[in-house]
Design a protein. Structure first.
Lengths: 171, 681
């Protein structure tokens, strides 16, 4: 009989939220896995990417309110699942690096991130820069949930496409 | 906001730095959209020690606070709904037979024979009423019962009469069911006879607490006693019928009956009518299914109609069956030396007096009666909330408490039921005349509403529905009148109470309408900032930190600030003026000497004089009366301070062009060294 403990997906996981279409998917998946793992804990992290024209610690109030709403959404979903989730709002130059560093600092044994289905000009599938960086640098397991192609197609008609990974602030 | 103390957190690689952004709102609020915050539980937590103590007590009594998202929206299967909605009507079979017998015994043993035809006649009435309610269930799947039907189809007065009758019905359900349950307990354990009212009172208090904790009706805990009662009562009837029909067992009733007054032997029509009116109490609660159609699983109307039919069949079988067995074994109500209910005597004959079966049956009967009382705790507060939203009851009836229950409705229901229970000595028989009238008034108006519904809507097959509701309306109307007359003079109390309730509801509605008219703004109006003069009056008792703080607040409101000292000691006032002019030179002080020692009157007169001296034709200024207040640290300190301020505030509320500003002074306020007095050194 296999050891039940080995089948627990994680004890603590970081959910990378970017304000994009996959955020809810990421939170729901994280909550379901955390619930199946017993007392697993989640840390929802949103990184506001601050460009070099601004101080890293500069207060970006508009971005913060949007980001707070995002983390609050995650907390609301976690409450429904009765899963412990804390929100963490960061400002950094590189979203992926900040996410990996935060996962290390909080002692997470998993990072869960979302990947919208997008194509470059020419039709190639676009994975972006952040997820390869996380794959290469995260010491823990990484779970990537890609949205269904149908969801992506539905979004094509909607205006204001969100960023792929990380909200870009300080513009 | 970013934390200046910890600006950067270094990552693993040089240059990978990040800043943690504080979210001060997150402890108390959650963003649900741009500019929209949702309060968390912590935002409602009390911030004072006494508040926390009260909260702890509330937590123990009523449980933790529930969010509206935690409201259970369980849909009921037919089996579960049958148990939940039938407890009220089916429980009436526990006392309906007794009510018939109590009338008939007055005429002697021979007339007890007619108890069975009367029970059958009531069962026929039940059939017609349940068929009529099936029409309501199908026509109004959103629930609401008679009030909803009357509100949509009849004039306002009719819907208010229904509402009043239903509210009364729910109160009576609590009083009658708990009184009857208590009688069942005493029938089983006669040693508790002295505690008859006490048992019912404790039951109501416990049911109240349970409902204020948000007790859900959908739990299995409510389904089990109903099925146990129905099962054991049906078994009792089957055994009884078998013993009578197959074994030929029967017993003549005792004659003369103990405690029965001497009456003529002739059975008059009036007696028959009275017995029928008494037995019609069996129908109470049959409307419960029509009130709760949305609680059913889809297809809601079909399932609700089927459940309603099942409830009616079970009730009819139990009622007629218990009456048959009671008559066959010569059972009549016994009041002396200790009251024994008819149903408990039937159980004693069938299961054996003092047997386990007897005690179990009595337990199930008491439980279903308590359960029936509990159904009113769902219906009354909801109807009161609907009436409050419609503006016919005070708005607090529509507010939900920490556990999502309509606490105001629950408390009022309990208080009125307790008063009735105690006033009638916990006597079911004495309470029942009040019960039936209201129920049949609601039935009749509800059915007449359905008649108008069919005539107006004319859906497919409307003629059949119309015929059923017409028959139901006529029969229930006749019964309402019969019950009112036959049960007089007690029943006449209802004829007085219902109109009073309607008048009160109309009065409340008129008040709300008037205030809404006063407060309404035109939707197309734009409101620019007002251009109006403002002045500030600071009533002062002396010079102290609270006064200085109030004066400073006044200075921030308008440049025209003046302090007013009402004093009955001229020397002291002169000393205060000297100090005032030295310490607050830019704010004029007006001293109003008050030889009659009044405080509020002279100040109001001074404000009036100020208004009178205002230039004619110019709009009056807004007068801000800034009242300094000392904040008591403990609850018992409150009686020591601010009594004058409270009186002043009460007197000023409602004064035209006047705004009262309270400026609380807290001891924790940091005082600049230059302002400190001797007490600080």
């Amino acid at each position: 009989m296999p050891d039940q403990k080995q089948r627990v997906p994680f004890r603590k996981a970081v959910l990378g939220l970017n304000g994009g279409p996959t955020d809810e998917l990421v939170v729901h998946l994280g909550c379901q896995l955390a619930k199946s793992a017993g007392n697993a804990e989640l840390v929802a992290v949103h990184v506001i990417e601050v460009d070099w024209r601004h101080e890293l610690s500069e207060e970006l109030s508009i971005e913060n309110e949007t980001a707070s709403a995002l983390l609050d959404m995650a907390e609301g979903i976690a409450e429904q699942y009765k899963v412990k989730l804390s929100g963490d709002l960061l400002q950094a130059r590189e979203v992926a690096a900040a996410l990996v560093d935060e996962a290390i600092e909080v002692g997470a044994d998993a990072i869960i991130v979302g990947l919208p289905y997008r194509q470059r000009f020419g039709g190639d599938f676009a994975i972006g820069d952040a997820i390869p960086y996380i794959f290469q640098n995260a010491p823990c397991q990484v779970i990537v949930v890609r949205e269904a192609v149908a969801s992506s197609a539905e979004r094509q008609t909607a205006p204001d496409q969100p960023e792929l990974v990380g909200a870009r602030g300080g513009r | 906001m970013t934390d200046p103390q910890k600006p950067w957190i270094h990552g693993r690689k040089p240059g990978d730095r990040r800043v943690r952004v504080e979210r001060p709102h997150s402890a108390f609020f959650r963003y649900s959209g741009p500019g929209t915050l949702v309060a968390r539980e912590a935002a409602s937590a009390p911030r004072t020690a006494s508040g926390r103590l009260v909260e702890r007590v509330r937590h123990v009594l009523f449980g933790r606070r529930l969010s509206i998202h935690e409201e259970a929206n369980e849909r009921l299967s037919k089996k579960k709904a049958l148990a939940i909605f039938s407890s009220d009507p089916i429980s009436s079979s526990a006392y309906a037979t007794e009510e018939i017998l109590r009338v008939l015994v007055l005429a002697g043993a021979a007339v007890l024979l007619v108890s069975l035809p009367i029970a059958i006649a009531v069962a026929v009435l039940l059939t017609v009423v349940s068929l009529s309610y099936r029409q309501i269930v199908r026509a109004y799947p959103s629930g609401g019962g008679d009030y909803a039907v009357a509100r949509r189809n009849l004039p306002r007065m009719a819907s208010l009469i229904v509402a009043a009758a239903l509210l009364l019905d729910y109160v009576m359900t609590v009083a009658v069911s708990t009184a009857s349950a208590s009688e069942q307990v005493i029938s089983a354990v006669p040693d508790l006879a002295n505690f008859q009212v006490g048992i019912a009172v404790v039951a109501i208090v416990l049911i109240t607490l349970g409902n204020m904790r948000g007790l859900s009706e959908s739990g299995n805990i409510f389904a089990v006693p109903t099925y146990l009662f129905v099962g054991s009562a049906l078994l009792m009837i089957v055994i009884g019928v078998f013993r009578v029909v197959v074994n030929g067992e029967s017993a003549p009733p005792p004659n003369p009956l103990p405690g029965a007054p001497a009456v003529p032997e002739m059975l008059g029509v009036l007696l028959l009518i009275r017995a029928f009116a008494s037995g019609s109490v069996a129908l109470t609660g049959i409307e419960a299914v029509a009130n709760g159609v949305p609680a059913f699983k889809p297809p809601e109307p079909k399932n609700a109609a089927a459940t309603l039919s099942a409830v009616a069949v079970i009730l009819a079988v139990l009622f007629v069956g218990i009456t048959f067995v009671a008559y066959s074994f010569g059972i009549v109500p016994i009041d002396d030396p200790i009251r024994r209910t008819v149903i408990s005597q039937v159980a004693a004959v069938i299961y054996g007096d003092g047997s386990i079966g007897f005690y179990l049956f009595q337990t199930f009967t008491a439980l279903i009666l308590f359960l029936a009382a509990n159904t009113s705790y769902n219906a009354f507060p909801r109807l009161a909330a609907i009436l409050a939203r419609d503006g016919y009851m005070p708005r607090q009836f529509s507010f939900r408490g920490d556990r999502l229950a309509f606490n105001s409705g629950i408390v009022v229901l309990s208080i009125v039921a307790l008063v009735l229970l105690v006033a009638f000595g916990g006597d079911t028989h004495a309470l029942i005349p009040l019960y039936s009238v209201g129920v049949f008034v609601a039935f009749t108006i509800g059915q007449s509403g359905m008649i108008f519904h069919w005539l107006r809507e004319k859906p497919q097959g409307w003629q059949r529905g119309l015929a059923i509701n017409l028959l139901g309306c006529t029969m229930t109307g006749v019964v309402a009148v019969v019950v009112l007359i036959a049960k007089a003079p007690t029943s006449l109390l209802v004829a007085i109470v219902i109109p009073i309730m309607v008048v009160v509801m109309l009065f409340i509605h008129r008040q709300y309408d008037a205030s809404a008219g006063h407060l309404a703004v035109r939707p197309d109006a734009v409101f620019p900032a007002p251009r109006r003069d403002e002045r500030v009056i600071v009533p002062i008792p002396s010079i102290n930190r609270a006064v200085v703080q109030a004066v400073n607040v006044g200075r921030s409101i308008a440049p025209d600030v003046r302090a007013v000292l009402i004093s009955d000691e001229p020397e002291e006032a002169a000393a205060i003026r000297e100090q005032w002019e030295r310490q607050v030179p830019d704010v004029p002080l007006v001293i109003v000497e008050s030889p009659y020692r009044a405080l509020v009157g002279p100040l109001l007169a001074y404000l009036q004089v100020l208004d009178q001296t205002w230039p004619e034709g110019k709009e009056y200024p807004v007068t801000f009366v800034v009242i300094p207040e000392y904040v008591a640290r403990h609850w018992w300190e409150r009686i020591l301070y601010n009594q004058s301020a409270n009186r002043l505030r009460r007197a000023l509320i409602g004064r035209p062009h006047t705004v009262v500003v309270n400026v609380p002074y807290r001891r924790e306020v940091e005082v600049p060294e230059s302002h400190r007095g001797p007490a600080d050194s």
